[in-house]
Ligand binder design. Structure first.
Ligand SMILES: NC(=O)c1ccc[n+]([C@@H]2O[C@H](COP(=O)([O-])OP(=O)(O)OC[C@H]3O[C@@H](n4cnc5c(N)ncnc54)[C@H](O)[C@@H]3O)[C@@H](O)[C@H]2O)c1
Ligand SMILES: O=C[C@H](O)CS(=O)(=O)O
Length: 495
């Protein structure tokens, strides 16, 4: 089949993004599922709804390709990733437009995500050559002891809809850098970005079978996920998504003792101490809460504000939200910087959490309801106060534009509330006291801490959580660990 060129596909319009990518070929299926623009319900494409037998072909292709790809040198793999990066950077506008159309996120945020996603390809094109082994001083004269890192093999990458490009490159780049081959299963809401990445991988000359993208509807996700987790030809799984699904996959992988890395849900506290610079804290709060309309795993989920600055901070938050955001469809109006939620299920989840809070006595300081005038997936930026522990918003991951504001008296109380969660991904706090900064940063039960900062995700830093937020780290040099294994070699009789 003729090589499919992104620029051609872009000119031809999104309708070209309707084929999955397996073994270097663009493949169809006799079943399809639709992909819509959540901002205006425009049908973007119908893509293959692949089942187990079709995904098995992708696993077979990746297994065959692994024989050669794993034997390339780290330098060659790094060079291949840089060719892919060149294609990604050369098509950043097209990629951003696809992402905005299928996820609803504002174009400015999609462009930011392309840059963030590309940074993982850039970073791991270099890390490929720095995944060193070790030679250790032998305890015995006749022996030499050394350890090397080897690629896991075929890996299954299952990714969410909220960052449809970055969540793929944050996995695929280290996987390919390590010498693994991959079968990628993107979220059913946002498969088109993944297919565009495949088109550019093909353009860059990534060999067939090394980078495969299979598309499935939600109804097939369970069986496809189970196949990837239980296939004897898949050596590892890397999953980003909800804790609920992460537990299902973790259980599947236990059957074959398969490696798995899990980037799961969060419930980030955002603590404002009375000695904080409130103007800076509000800037950080808007970034940590409203990026991607609150649909981020590291989103500030609970605002814990010390009582003597509570009213002042809430008023500042309300004023800044009102003047900072123009909600709407940014594919129609580029000035819009706050989009819709991804689908009706998410809208209903957010709406039910807010209604539950109000029914139990919460006060709606701002927003608090759907914005039907914009469309059926828009929920207004919202501030809730008078929040109590019996409310869902106190414990649940909202995953929407709702700032839940909780008052506390002492540092000890703030930490007790913050750590009272089954998850521990990110946490943020603002203080002007350096001793307090050190104390609180050490006591927060999370994997990542923002200290006087609301945006903490960078490719150079280890991304991941504790408790039920997951296992393993992505980005940084640690990202290679998820796709390699250590082999110890003992040379004997050397005298
Ligand atoms: N820690 C992180 O880096 C991170 C990043 C993004 C999202 N998330 C979390 O993901 C959640 C929202 O994303 P979502 O709604 O796409 O998550 P989700 O878990 O519903 O879906 C994630 C992926 O898993 C697939 N999937 C769903 N059910 C499956 C099953 N039974 N077996 C195999 N695969 C299955 C989906 O098709 C999708 O591709 C939130 O909880 C958010 O915190 C975490
Ligand atoms: O939603 C989860 C993402 O990992 C957030 S970030 O873009 O990495 O900050």
């Amino acid at each position: 089949m003729k090589s499919v060129n992104l620029r051609y596909m872009q000119r031809a319009g999104l309708s070209m993004y309707k084929l999955a990518y397996v073994n270097g070929e663009w493949v169809d299926s006799n079943k399809k599922f639709p992909v819509f623009n959540p901002a205006n319900d425009e049908l973007l494409a119908d893509v293959p709804d692949m089942g187990e037998s079709e995904v098995q072909k992708a696993i077979d292709a990746a297994k065959e390709a692994f024989e050669q790809w794993s034997q390339t040198t780290a330098k060659e793999r790094g060079a291949a990733l840089r060719k892919w990066l060149k294609e990604l950077e050369g098509n950043k506008q097209a990629l951003a437009e696809i992402m905005t159309k299928e996820s609803g996120k504002p174009l400015v945020e999609s462009l930011g995500e392309v840059a963030y996603a590309n940074s993982f390809v850039d970073w791991f094109s270099e890390e490929a050559r720095r995944t060193y082994g070790e030679i250790v001083p032998s305890p015995v004269k006749s022996k030499e002891l050394l350890m090397v890192r080897e690629p896991l093999g075929v890996v299954g990458l299952i990714t969410p809809w909220n960052f449809p490009m970055a969540m793929i490159t944050r996995k695929a780049a280290p996987a390919l850098a390590a010498g693994c081959t991959c079968v990628i299963k993107p979220a059913e809401d946002t498969p088109l970005t993944a297919l565009a990445l495949a088109a550019l991988a093909q353009e860059a000359g990534i060999p067939k079978g090394v980078f495969n993208v299979v598309t499935s509807s939600r109804s097939n996700a369970n069986s496809v996920g189970k196949l990837l987790c239980t296939s004897p030809h898949v050596a590892g799984i890397s999953f980003t998504g909800s804790t609920h699904v992460g537990k299902i996959l973790y259980n599947h992988c236990s059957q074959g003792i398969k490696r798995i890395s899990l980037e799961l849900g969060g419930n980030a506290p955002f603590i404002v101490y009375s000695n904080a610079n409130l103007e800076k804290a509000v800037v950080g709060a808007l970034a940590a809460k409203f990026r991607n309309c609150g649909q981020a795993c590291v989103a500030a989920n609970r605002f814990l504000i010390q009582e003597d600055v509570f009213d002042q901070f809430v008023e500042l938050l309300k004023t800044n939200i009102t003047k900072s955001f123009q909600q709407g469809d940014s594919s129609k109006n580029e000035k819009c910087n706050l989009g819709p939620l991804i689908n009706l299920a998410q809208v209903e989840k957010v709406d039910s959490i807010v209604k539950d809070a109000v029914s139990k006595g919460a006060k709606v300081v701002l927003g608090g309801e759907k914005v039907s005038s914009l469309g059926d997936k828009f929920f207004a930026p919202t501030i809730l106060t008078n929040v109590t522990p019996d409310m869902l918003c106190y414990t649940e991951e909202v995953f929407g534009p709702v700032a839940v504001c909780i008052k506390f008296k002492t540092e000890e109380e703030s930490l007790q509330i913050a750590n009272n969660s089954s998850t521990g991904l990110a946490g943020y706090f603002y203080t002007s006291d350096i001793s307090q900064a050190w104390r609180v940063a050490k006591k927060l039960q999370v994997g990542m801490v923002g200290i006087n900062e609301g945006i903490i995700s960078h490719t150079e830093a280890a991304f991941g959580g504790v408790k039920e937020s997951g296992i393993g780290r992505e980005g940084s040099r640690h990202g290679m660990d998820e796709f390699t294994q250590i082999k110890y070699m003992c040379f004997g009789n050397l005298e």
